[in-house]
Design a protein around this ligand. Structure first.
Ligand code: F6R
Length: 241
């Protein structure tokens, strides 16, 4: 696992977009692993701007998203499907049939099975991860053990509080989600975790502090990946030391 400290969040986003664009240019039919939340927004902005300038093409690209809230349809403004439509899919020439998402109102077991079958055939070429304040990746929350495959998870109180900012009332935040598990995540050929903001300092500090892999700090599983990068900006790095 390597760490890159950049000058700013904007620079981190640019570097991350360049990593994705490199895969899009060099792999014949790349599979991009995508996440949502505030942190990857800068990367999506770089990608959509580069597409409108004619610098990149998505017609041969496939995508898979990490997770989705249980109970929210794609038309709900806080579903991750809606987020992807808004920030990427509606702005580039990705073919809808090449985008794989969890259906928040589909039958959960069937959704998990579909994801696990897909991932067993097709590892991701590159995956972007954000990180929860509690160290979660995807919605793999701190627990006694890691879950390997795609599964239904009960969201941690920390996560519900952190994500309440996107909803009118904290009671509106779904209590469950479906998330890709650690097998799918660690099989990606390249994993990039981007973090910014002081709220992430505790989790990133603990991740970088030692060589341990601890299910109470889910992001620590990235230490088993062949090619994992932690991308943080100087403000966050200064706060850790
Ligand atoms: C979202 C996801 C989550 C977020 C994390 C950080 O698809 O998988 O793990 O990456 O909760 O969210 P932000 O970036 O909003 O702080």
């Amino acid at each position: 696992m390597k760490t890159i400290v950049t000058g700013s969040y904007a620079e981190s986003s640019r570097i991350l977009a360049d990593m994705f664009e490199c895969v899009m240019r060099t792999v014949e039919e790349p599979l991009l692993g995508l996440s949502t939340g505030s942190t990857p927004l800068g990367m999506y902005q770089c990608l959509t701007e580069d597409y409108s300038r004619g610098l990149i093409d998505f017609s041969h690209v496939h995508t898979i998203n990490l997770d989705e809230y249980v109970g929210l349809p794609r038309s709900h403004s806080q579903s991750f499907g809606y987020y992807m439509d808004k920030h990427l899919f509606s702005k580039v020439n990705l073919l809808p049939e090449n985008t794989l998402l969890i259906d928040g109102v589909g039958e959960p077991e069937a959704q998990c099975r579909r994801y696990n079958e897909f991932l067993s055939q097709s590892p991701m070429d590159i995956l972007v991860l954000g990180i929860g304040n509690n160290g979660h990746i995807g919605f793999n929350e701190p627990d006694d053990a890691f879950c390997a495959s795609t599964h239904v998870v009960e969201l941690a109180d920390d996560t519900i509080c952190a994500n309440a900012r996107f909803f009118e009332r904290i009671e509106d935040v779904p209590r469950h989600a479906i998330t890709m598990g650690m097998a799918g995540i660690t099989q990606a050929r390249e994993v990039v975790l981007i973090a910014t903001g002081m709220a992430k300092a505790k989790a990133i500090g603990a991740l970088l502090a030692d060589d341990k892999i601890d299910p109470r700090l889910p992001c620590s599983i990235l230490k088993v990946c062949q090619n994992a990068t932690i991308l943080i900006d100087k403000d966050l790095a200064d706060y850790i030391q």
